[in-house]
Design a protein around this ligand. Structure first.
Ligand SMILES: [Zn+2]
Length: 298
């Protein structure tokens, strides 16, 4: 979520030239797509450009055809200008949002190892909707915003919560940060090889090779259960990731509603490139099959 201005220039270069509807002529509808990286809350934005509030999220969601979006509450983030509410308050708000939109939204529990405890998350892990499905399908950790290394032993309790509840851990990664570097996530993953961990942004901003190599090594050794997520990566980078780690290790995510009204037009264009380049079975894994398997979404 940071260095957003520069990132926006990169991604907007991929956007259609005209103000386009969510699905342009000739584009595949997004009706099967699961987006594993979304946010809600009251944070206006970092860098003053984008509105990433709950209202913005719901407006982008209702204008899109995406099947599922998995969201966490940025009000939990200990970030400048953010609400920085306690873990339980942040996650109660996510629970409420999921219950209001049960056919399209599922939650991630916001982790605050710098001030909260893993046990505070436990009551949320068993929350169910009337149809018996889970309200929360994973835990979200942002090491930079919570000022903690992904490899720190204070994360172990959160990983234990994931293991006990069968949840996936999603971690913001950034090759330029000593806290959220992919190698730090690898260190954590080696202590919990039975817990799936998704590296959000696959290392962030144009330098995805390190994250790809970490996931390739972890998978080859069987030493950690790591996956890559696509937000902030170009179609070219995503295709390179799939070649390196295999389609079963890459999941579509977009950081919705980062780009506001244009959000899924931008990502729809990236998905269209992937669809034309990949065998149908691999495209299906990246856009929904892996998320269905890992997060228990239908
Ligand atoms: Zn994010």
């Amino acid at each position: 979520m940071w260095r957003g201005c520069v990132l926006s220039i990169v991604l907007l270069a991929c956007a259609p030239e005209e103000e386009s509807p969510v699905v342009s002529a000739g584009m595949e509808p997004l009706t099967n797509v699961i987006d594993i990286h979304g946010h809600h809350g009251t944070l206006r934005t970092d860098y003053g450009q984008y509105d990433i509030t709950t209202e913005s999220f719901l407006s982008v969601l209702s204008a899109s055809q995406v099947k599922w979006v998995v969201v966490s509450n940025l009000d939990g983030a200990s970030v400048e200008g953010g609400a920085d509410v306690q873990q339980s308050a942040a996650n109660a708000a996510t629970s409420k949002l999921v219950r209001e939109h049960p056919s399209r939204v599922r939650g991630l529990l916001w982790a605050k190892p710098n001030e909260g405890t893993p046990s505070e998350l436990i009551p949320f892990t068993s929350e169910r909707l009337p149809d018996g499905s889970r309200v929360f399908v994973g835990v979200k950790l942002h090491p930079d915003w919570q000022s903690v290394s992904a490899a720190d032993t204070s994360i172990d309790g959160y990983m234990a919560v994931c293991r006990a509840a069968g949840l996936t851990m999603m971690i913001h990664t950034d090759v330029s940060s000593p806290l959220s570097h992919p190698e730090k996530v690898f260190d954590l993953g080696k202590r919990f090889p039975d817990v799936p961990i998704v590296l959000y942004h696959m290392g962030f901003f144009g330098e995805h090779e390190v994250a790809m190599e970490v996931v390739r090594r972890a998978t080859a050794e069987g030493s950690a259960n790591l996956y890559l997520e696509t937000s902030s990566a170009s179609a070219e980078d995503i295709l390179a990731a799939i070649r390196q780690v295999g389609a079963e290790r890459v999941l579509f995510g977009s950081d919705v509603p980062y780009f506001g009204a244009l959000h899924y037009a931008i990502y729809g264009s990236i998905l269209e490139t992937l669809r034309s380049a990949l065998p149908p079975a691999e495209y299906a894994l990246v856009t929904h099959g892996n998320a269905q398997r890992l997060l228990g979404l239908e």
